[in-house]
Design a binder for this molecule. Structure first.
Ligand code: ZN
Length: 295
């Protein structure tokens, strides 16, 4: 049996999977690709839309149920929880909590992801950019462990105690929203009388998003966008009426989120850019173990 093509997305909190990668998770699952979602924290410091839904003490378990429901909607083959604690926004006291993802030792946290890579054997890893898209310490940490796992999972001398065969994924992508897409996004929202998120009091959005020239890959997820929207709503505790996404009329959501963009940052296979497929260059090509790192 050839190895099934597998894509692994690494996210910081429950609900992060929806906006940047909900479409690819569902769309590639439709094609028979195995999709793995790794969620690093329990999102214990997130919102509680309605006090009847959860308390600060129960939010972690409630959010795990929401996440499992979202995974069902997106047809995620396996959900893996790293079990770290939400670190809160940059500068919050929770950053120092020894259980927090931000405070976790990078080498051991990356080792846990390496283990999952060796078990699930993804061809493609997807996570946030270096800045975690908006600077949240858990998103930045998710980037760091994924970059490290991409580099070391195929190296037999890295984490040898795991007793697992090395496996080198072929491609590493960062989720990306291009600056021009952000601008279009802001225009379309204003046309609907909605202030874009991250905007200041005047409704202006500071320069934000990935420079257009760095976006390598754009995927049409129109066939999956309705499930993507439903998967976001599965995170009911995070969808209070003050939340930007909760105020978008469904047709506008589907228009704005029907494409997902990425930056290909590492590739061990030849591919021609720009791409419209995360698996470009991988179909019919065996993967995994030909990586021999320079010493
Ligand atoms: Zn997050």
């Amino acid at each position: 049996m050839p190895e099934p093509l597998t894509i692994m997305a690494v996210h910081a909190h429950p609900d992060d999977e929806a906006i940047g990668t909900g479409g690819i998770l569902a769309r590639y699952a439709d094609e028979g690709v195995r999709t793995i979602l790794v969620t690093c924290t329990g999102g214990e410091l997130g919102e509680i839309a309605d006090p009847s839904m959860a308390t600060p003490e129960t939010l972690g378990e409630v959010r795990e149920r929401e996440l499992r429901r979202a995974c069902t909607i997106l047809d995620v083959a396996h959900l893996e929880l790293l079990g770290y604690r939400d670190s809160g926004m940059a500068g919050a006291e929770a950053n120092q909590d020894p259980r927090s993802f931000a405070a976790a030792d990078l080498d051991s946290a990356a080792g846990r992801l390496v283990e999952l890579v060796r078990r699930h054997r993804p061809r493609v890893l997807v996570t946030y950019d270096d800045d975690g898209f908006y600077g949240h310490p858990d998103h930045i940490k998710a980037n760091r462990i994924t970059v490290r796992a991409f580099a070391s999972a195929g190296d037999s001398s890295a984490y040898p105690d795991q007793g697992l065969e090395p496996w080198a994924p072929d491609k590493l992508y960062y989720t990306a929203i291009s600056r021009s897409a952000m601008a279009t996004f802001a225009e379309r929202l204003s046309a609907h009388g909605i202030n874009p998120p991250m905007s200041n009091e005047d409704g202006d959005v500071p320069p934000f998003g990935t420079p257009d020239e760095l976006v390598t890959t754009t995927i049409d997820v129109g066939s999956a966008v309705e499930r993507k929207r439903q998967s976001l709503w599965a995170h009911a505790t995070q969808m209070g009426s003050n939340v930007f996404f909760a105020r978008l009329p469904p047709p506008l959501f589907n228009e704005l989120f029907g494409r997902e963009s990425f930056q290909l940052v590492e590739s061990r296979v030849a591919t021609s850019l720009p791409e419209d497929d995360l698996l470009a260059g991988l179909r019919g090509v065996p993967g995994g173990q030909r990586h021999s790192p320079a010493r």
